[in-house]
Design a protein around this ligand. Sequence first.
Ligand SMILES: Nc1ncnc2c1ncn2[C@@H]1O[C@H](COP(=O)(O)OP(=O)(O)OP(=O)(O)O)[C@@H](O)[C@H]1O
Ligand SMILES: [Mg+2]
Length: 337
Amino acid sequence: MAEAIHVEGLSKIFNGTVRAVDDISFFVTQGEAFGFLGPNGAGKTTTVSLLTAQLAPTAGRAVVDGIDVFRDPAEIKRRIGLVFQESTADSDLTGRENLELAAALFGVPRGEVRQRVDSLLERMQIGDAADRLARTYSGGMRRRLELGVGIIHSPRVLFLDEPTLGLDPQGRAGFWRYVQELRKEHGMTVFVTTHYLDEVDLICDRLAIIDHGKIVATGTSSELKDRLGGDVVTIRTERSDPAMEEALRAVPGVLSVSSQDGAYRIKAPRGEQLIPALVTACGQAGVALTSVSLKRPSLDEVFLEFTGHEYREDGMTPTDRAVRVSQVSQAFGRTRR
Ligand SMILES: Nc1ncnc2c1ncn2[C@@H]1O[C@H](COP(=O)(O)OP(=O)(O)OP(=O)(O)O)[C@@H](O)[C@H]1O
Ligand SMILES: [Mg+2]
């Protein structure tokens, strides 16, 4: 499969000291949804800014949709779509005007603008509010409008920087539904940064975990979970029996067995495949089962394993907020209200 994004040794050091992005390398294949997961200050927004040619790197190379990002930034901006972490819709324009402005900025042919704007308004379910000022929109409506702005020119690669920050679960689910539909229809590649571990599990084909500017792990969420030593099958029985532990340990594929008060915790890479053999082993040991359950490790545990610290959701410091606002203003070349 062709690569939509190829990154090699990319670094960004701010003010000669802050290593926001520290020698990262990865690729994303065409049509893939790739998640970039990390806590506050990990370097996610900086990576997006680099890959979308908003920011010059300190070192390294990036190719997006076959174009060298740092040699041909203008072409990159034409080919990609971007939905920023912070709200970027112009509050003093209507939803329709926001989309028309974006169409003009991205060079959508004049004859197509009307049809595209109408169809996106419909699609994002803001048709009824199309001619209202964006300042009157709810958070969910604004995010859908901004997604519309990000894709008005049918980009080949869509960058989403924490697009669902601040949305309620319903708003988040709705947003992802649109993104998934777009992927299906246009085979669009999606690069998404997020704090929400569950979103990564749901949306992304593969992911990278970034911490302190460095990628600490890459793979599918399942692969990363497997590297933790796999699943835990818990078998509960009516009484504890010393023969049980032996019988369970003898089942091929079992990594370890521990027991407490008649409950047996069995670690195995593919727990679901082992359940029939485990149940048979219990039967042969003559022990009656009361329940069997399977637990896959969560991405929180994956994060802890690869970074050595818990996945925190810290608040933003005032400095981070100031940096964020300036990133957005730069990206859109106008002052935010
Ligand atoms: N323009 C800048 N000047 C100085 N430092 C910066 C600048 N932009 C980002 N940083 C710093 O680089 C580091 C990475 O920031 P970045 O915004 O990329 O993190 P992030 O992973 O997007 O975090 P968050 O989850 O809070 O959005 C932080 O320490 C941040 O303060
Ligand atoms: Mg960020």
